[in-house]
Design a protein around this ligand. Structure first.
Ligand code: HEC
Ligand code: HEC
Length: 219
């Protein structure tokens, strides 16, 4: 199984290079094996992220957190085959056990706290488990630029690259030479293709405003 992204094909022999080329910030060198990369791709392709969040952080409206406390692989397999509530069934035709194992490897590779969580002002004293962009908090943001960067890291970087260099989604570096700020916002409000709808949840109005400014500033 290869993890295939436009401009970013991961083969076993290329893992080290790919880890750099994809600039995937979350994985340590030791963890960046093909299973984790493939699992991350599957988590997107199969739509798990739409309900469980890109980093498995969950969303109040759509699905529980799957990481950083990952349930054991046999339990995950059993659940995906026979979910109890709102979650759709994924049969073996749609998602093989091997693919579930890769998704499990991806979720298990995520660190206990995401980099964005280390920015104290985002958490406003709330649990570090609540990822930025996932909070409905409307409390004053002390530093909108840092907030925008963190919203980006948590919600956009997986597809658009850590520095906006592109990946699953197009490069955003230099986007302000092509789009006005209002157009960038429109692309987020009304996404096309596989880009997920992230507003009005998990992003709130403040998150949206700050991430638009951040994206517009990418050079
Ligand atoms: C349409 C939304 C949706 C999609 C897509 C989705 N899930 Fe879920 N998932 C849920 C919801 C909601 C729950 C909570 C229980 C329920 O309602 O089934 C859940 C629960 C789970 C659980 C059990 C969590 C626990 O702690 O018990 C696992 C594991 C899981 N999902 C894995 C996955 C995987 C893997 C994928 C992709 C192959 C996926 N889900 C896709 C909505 C979704
Ligand atoms: C699951 C992957 C994914 C995530 C997450 C994602 N995007 Fe996208 N994004 C895409 C894809 C794919 C496209 C191209 C859509 C198309 O081809 O129609 C896109 C397009 C865009 C565009 C238009 C770019 C252009 O050149 O036309 C902007 C702006 C954008 N995304 C910003 C964001 C921001 C900001 C976030 C986070 C809040 C985000 N995206 C999250 C995948 C993603």
């Amino acid at each position: 199984m290869k993890a295939h992204f436009p401009g970013c094909t991961v083969r076993i022999a290329m893992v080290a290079a790919a880890a750099v080329a994809c600039a995937w910030p979350i994985l340590s060198q030791a963890d960046s094996d093909t299973d984790i990369e493939a699992g991350r791709a599957l988590f997107m392709q199969k739509g798990c992220f739409e309900c469980h969040g890109i980093f498995g952080q969950g969303s109040i409206a759509t699905g529980p957190a799957l990481a950083p406390r990952v349930i054991p692989l046999p339990a995950m397999e059993a659940y995906v085959r026979d979910p109890q509530g709102q979650m759709p069934v994924f049969s073996e035709k749609i998602l093989s056990n091997d693919e579930i194992a890769k998704i499990h490897a991806y979720l298990a590779s995520l660190p206990p706290s995401q980099p964005a969580d280390s920015i104290a002002l985002l958490n406003n004293g709330t649990s570090p488990a609540s990822a930025p962009g996932n909070s409905s908090s409307t409390s004053r943001i002390a530093n909108p630029a840092a907030h925008g960067a963190s919203v980006y890291a948590a919600n956009c970087a997986a597809c658009h690259g850590q520095a906006g260099e592109g990946g699953v989604g197009p490069a955003l570096i230099g986007i302000s030479s092509r789009y006005r700020t209002a157009d960038i916002e429109a692309r987020i409000r009304e996404p096309s293709g596989i880009m997920p709808r992230l507003y009005p949840g998990p992003l709130n109005a403040q998150d949206l405003q700050d991430v638009v400014r951040y994206v517009a500033s990418l050079k």
